[in-house]
Design a protein around this ligand. Sequence first.
Ligand code: 5AD
Ligand code: SF4
Length: 434
Amino acid sequence: MKYHIVTYGCQMNLHESEKIAGILRDKGYTEEGDIDEADIIVFNTCCIRENAENHAFGNIGALKRRKREKKDLIIAVGGCMAQEKGKAELIRQKFPFVDILFGTHNLGELGDLIDRKRAQKKRVFSLKEERGETEDGIVPVRTGYPGAWVNIMYGCNNFCSYCIVPYVRGRERSRSADDVVSEVRSLAAEGYKEITLLGQNVNSYRGEDGTTFPALLDRCGSVDGDFRLRFMTSHPKDFSEELVAVVKRHKKICNAIHLPVQSGSDRILSLMNRRYTREKYLSEIAMLRREIPDCAVTTDIIVGFPTETEEDFRDTLSLVKEAGFSSAFMFIYSPRTGTKAAAMEGQVEEEVAKDRLSRLIEAVNEQTRTISAGYVGKSCEILCEGFDGKKKLYLGRDEYGRMGYFASEKDRIGEFVTLKVERANGISLYGSIE
Ligand code: 5AD
Ligand code: SF4
């Protein structure tokens, strides 16, 4: 019996798919790369923007024929879209060949749901409003070597007005600090070289005895072993000097911070319910650069939020320059039913939003190119992550997240290598290793 998992969305989802794989492995399934050969197909969905949903719908719909040909094929749909209000009903009606539906709060029950489906003809749709216990007991099938993800918390309490995450992932729940540290310790002992702590807003982490995120990070950074440590995502409203001091103190913790700003306009930030101003954000970046001058800062930006004017957008463009982002994830605002912003007046026309997005991408790319060009003639330490079959080159990232490519006779995956940078192309660096 073979499984195939299709994942949409963020690193949190990628890691949850590893847990889904863990459950399936325990039930005796093995992984199958070819979706057409699988006995069970699981879609782990995302609903952060409309196009993520459309993507999933398209791919689920494409299985209609496959199911007709292979009657005992099991198709399961889980994740954020499954948990979204009204979507289970829509999936039930639109895709009668979907056998199992589960949400973000009952991923741990997938094994039981499969048993139930096998024992009966009826479809098994199971959702929970809240997750009492977390899914810590599941042993994931890790797919990211030399990288590994560790959840430190689930859910979000922030209710940014555009965001559906708090509705589909529920309130914040932190894992125990001892559990997190012991998972990091075992991963380091198993030879993982890059460990990323994951949470929707890591700065609101609270461990069992009031452990704060900086304290947790300090403990993780003190674990023995030859590995790098990253964390995401931080919220600017809770960013602190204490956190920066921990990053500075530990060599293992990468000098790279992902700090989503979303907009450079105070008016829009307030409508977004972000609870910081442009000035506060920029003062945090200034503090960070004072303490750790080489720190790379990356961000997320939304354009076309309701009522965004050309002037608001220019504030975003100027902030990109002032903050000196080394790269950014950039999105067109997508209204999500049930969020506050979806009901706001002044939705921005698609053409206007598209134009802003392309101008923003150009501004960020220019910065990225300048930073990359500065690497030429210098050396950097790359953790080799894989082999690019098309380019026939090994690839990996440096501490700051920049991608480096090089040729090697020998398999280097999982090794730290020193790359002498010979040329730069956009965000990518090319060079040779000793
Ligand atoms: N539309 C566009 N982008 C969004 N994001 C979250 N919700 C939306 C939305 N409704 C972006 C934010 C967030 C990132 C993960 O996705 O920039 O930081
Ligand atoms: Fe969404 Fe805001 Fe929570 Fe991030 S902090 S998950 S953007 S509500």
